[in-house]
Write a protein of this length. Structure first.
Length: 51
């Protein structure tokens, strides 16, 4: 049988493929700074306003 018909719950939608793409891209981008000798630091989400 063709692969599309082997899924019991139907096709995983385009959202699933996009999520897999994003996950692969993030994993690649996390490895890239190591190869260049840099450290990747998470950006804080809280920003303070100084008045």
């Amino acid at each position: 049988m063709y692969p599309p018909f082997n899924y019991k719950c139907g096709f995983p939608g385009i959202d699933a493929y996009e999520q897999q793409y994003r996950d692969r891209k993030v994993k690649y981008l996390q490895k890239k700074p190591d190869t260049l000798g840099f450290n990747l630091v998470a950006q804080s989400t809280a920003t303070e306003c100084v008045s």
